[in-house]
Design a protein around this ligand. Structure first.
Ligand code: NAG
Ligand code: NAG
Ligand code: NAG
Length: 362
């Protein structure tokens, strides 16, 4: 009898433990209390970085000082690193490759901690032939270019897309027609391509200021106007041109603000596609995360900016393009150096600054 009662108590305790866990979204009580403790140093500048080679130069820089309070906190497979850059308290998190990782990591960052703004950086392909490997670009807006409506064979620009009348899809942002890229286009019959066309689509978004389940759409997502203005101060910054005494870029890299950056779940290594997205969308950096970070920050009304250095020409077309590997480290380091100079420009203050940022951004 005593044994049975004992077992019952154990079962009840186990159930209570389960309920506690479930009620807290499967983040343990211990982790929640660490989150709250870490958050006392907020509001933070949120630093969102794709990969280790773009994060390691930060960790080894004397400009990043790890926090004495909680330097590292692991939550749901992501590692949050706390510290300071200049007078700013920062929380840095690595996303991993591509849009899903970038989006969900940014969401987790904004859900767990008080973040007054997001700075994202990394390397990128280059669609702008006026720039060179090592240059650091800061776009004014971002689009996600891999949400498509693939049009059926036989249909053209004059045909409505499936579900277009329901507002799910649109012909507003243009298309890529595969037959335009067939080798031997002289004969139109032979150049036709059964892949026909893909139409670029905006994202459905659900801003926190809106009504849940009432979708809005976003294609070009602007970065924070204030952050973009501040970034002008970095345009004269000097960056190293040489890997070592003998291997140098043709000129010293520049920091430059540009109108547009483009992201997709695509590693672009094809000159034809690069030229198309340059001509059609005006992309300069071409990469796989920024638009996802932008779309999440935008929906939260949190100021955001991206700093991306150019590491290759996204499919060749220059004498340097085969040397991308040689300059990868310089490119990654340049993006980090510009980020480390940018964050201290953001100034003091927390909620008020965020409110000002919002008033100016919206
Ligand atoms: C794409 O090209 C095909 C011919 O290969 C044509 O029939 C179709 O109308 C074109 N689509 C668009 C959207 O222009
Ligand atoms: C400089 O770097 C290049 C590219 O990594 C390498 O091929 C070369 O041997 C290096 N030269 C010296 C002197 O270290
Ligand atoms: C990509 O673009 C280049 C340059 O236009 C072309 O020569 C090449 O065949 C294309 N396709 C692939 C798979 O690289």
């Amino acid at each position: 009898m005593a044994g049975g009662a004992h077992q019952q108590v154990v079962v009840v305790l186990a159930m209570v433990a389960l309920m506690v866990t479930a009620a807290e979204g499967f983040i343990s009580k211990k982790t929640w209390s660490a989150i709250r403790r870490a958050d006392r140093d907020g509001p933070f500048v949120g630093l969102v970085v794709p990969n280790t080679y773009e994060m390691d130069p930060v960790l080894s820089s004397p400009d990043f000082k790890p926090s004495n309070n909680i330097p590292i906190l692991d939550v749901q497979g992501r590692r949050f690193r706390f510290g300071t850059i200049g007078s700013q308290n920062v929380v840095m998190v690595m996303t991993g490759l591509s849009m899903l990782n970038a989006g969900l990591t940014t969401q987790l960052l904004l859900s767990l901690f008080r973040v007054k703004g997001i700075v994202h950086w990394g390397i990128a392909g280059n669609a702008n032939e006026d720039l060179q490997i090592g240059d650091v670009t800061i776009p004014e807006s971002w689009a996600h270019l891999s949400l498509w409506n693939w049009q059926r064979h036989g249909d053209g620009a004059e045909n409505e897309l499936p579900l277009e009348s329901a507002g799910d899809y649109t012909r507003e942002y243009g298309f890529l027609n595969f037959s335009d890229y067939t080798v031997g286009q002289a004969n139109p019959e032979l150049s036709a391509n059964t892949l026909n066309s893909v139409w670029y689509q905006p994202e459905e978004i659900f801003p926190i200021s809106g009504t849940p389940e009432e979708r809005q759409h976003a294609f070009w997502v602007p970065v924070s106007k204030r952050y973009y203005r501040l970034a002008a101060k970095l345009e004269g910054m000097e960056l190293p041109a040489c890997v070592n005494e003998t291997t140098c870029l043709p000129r010293a890299p520049r920091v430059t603000r540009v109108p547009r950056g483009c992201s997709a779940n695509i590693y672009t290594d094809n000159a034809s596609y690069r030229q198309f997205i340059r001509a059609h969308f005006g992309c300069t950096p071409v990469e796989m995360e920024s638009a996802a970070v932008a779309l999440v920050a935008h929906q939260h009304g949190v100021p955001f900016i991206t700093i991306r250095s150019l590491s290759d020409l996204a499919g060749g077309g220059s004498s340097l393009s085969n040397e991308a590997a040689t300059f990868l480290d310089i490119a990654a380091k340049n993006a980090v150096d510009v980020m480390l100079k940018f964050v201290p420009l953001l100034g003091r203050g927390g909620e008020q600054e965020q409110a000002d940022g919002l008033a100016q951004d919206m």
